[in-house]
Ligand binder design. Structure first.
Ligand SMILES: [Zn+2]
Length: 83
């Protein structure tokens, strides 16, 4: 599951089967960096298809349910500049 991060969102808003919100912490995540490759091949393929497979790609991942969040464009550029 890949979602877009909402403005000011800091915790996961994914709902489970019971309709309860996750509220897990979102950790910065570099799925295609050499030091941290995504080990879940299905998820890696999905990310590659939706946002590309750049080594500097920064996403957020919920530490509880593993939902992946795409950062807003501005943040994406800001983090990309630091690489
Ligand atoms: Zn979550």
């Amino acid at each position: 599951m890949i979602k877009n991060l909402l403005p000011k969102q800091t915790v996961c808003n994914q709902k489970n089967e019971k309709g309860e919100t996750c509220f897990g912490l979102l950790k910065r995540y570099y799925p295609f960096a050499s030091y941290y490759n995504e080990t879940d091949a299905t998820l890696a393929a999905k990310i590659k298809k939706e946002v590309g497979s750049d080594a500097g790609l920064v996403l957020l991942k919920c530490e509880l349910c593993s939902t992946v969040y795409r950062l807003p464009e501005v943040l994406e550029r800001k983090y990309a500049a630091k690489q």
